[in-house]
Design a protein around this ligand. Sequence first.
Ligand SMILES: [Fe+2]
Ligand SMILES: [Fe+2]
Length: 305
Amino acid sequence: MLDLNFSYAQCVANSERVSWRLDDVMPLDAEVDLSRPLLPAALAAQGDLIWLTEREQLVLNHLAGNAYLNLFQFVEEFILCTVVEHAQGELFGDHENIRALVRFADEEIKHQQLFKRFRVAFDRAFGRPHKVLENAAEVAEIVLSKSPIGVMLVILHIELMTQDHYTQSVKGNDDIDPFFALLLEKHWLEESQHARIDALELDKLASQASPEQIAQGFRDYLDLLAAFDGLLAAQAKMDLETFAEATGRALSDDENETLCAAQLAGYRRTFLVAGLRSPQFVRWTRAMRPAHTDELESSAARWSA
Ligand SMILES: [Fe+2]
Ligand SMILES: [Fe+2]
């Protein structure tokens, strides 16, 4: 259905070639340098921030960068559950398939550990705790209650958008912190195989599903994105609380609202629009269900407004 030109075995071979060790990338005592932005402008707050001082703009960027990694740690919780379930479903079946999924699960745990280490080091360098979303297991349970195709579409969206973040905004960017860029590079290297495995799994699910089950999968996918948008709004609000404490700047209600909207616009562009508009995602979802193409684009347009 998706016309894929790669296999589980190729994904395993590629993954072995680019694999890295957690301690080599982020030793426990690694220090975070907060003298430069963490996120490139394309993935940070959107809108007119010129009324903030340079330091305040930097603080806002650091909070978005720290939250970015936490949000990945967060979504990787349900990605991990799904991948382990899929591996279990293949037991006594195709061994290459199981190997690819088990390896995928192992890498996802490593990514969570990587991001957690970074966040601990970030709090140390930042000098005060940054409030971030913490109910990952609860959210995973809600996500996993949806149809398998809906969940797999969300995972494919996330893992394709990770690649676009790196290749379009981070790679070769000399303005941002090189260590943060390295973390995103290492993540991207392994995620590029995950996205292929997602496509193989999605293709398998879709080829066994009725048209109504596929349509339900798309509805679930959009419902999950809308729920995720609520989490992004909650994160933006928490960022602003930490921003006020860290900078000591007393914002008027209007200023607070403007800044919160700018931070949320950055998160929406990064986590929702980038996935919905990923060229590969558009191609594969169109092949699965052309009737939903316009709806996906109108969601992207709404969140990028
Ligand atoms: Fe990951
Ligand atoms: Fe992944």
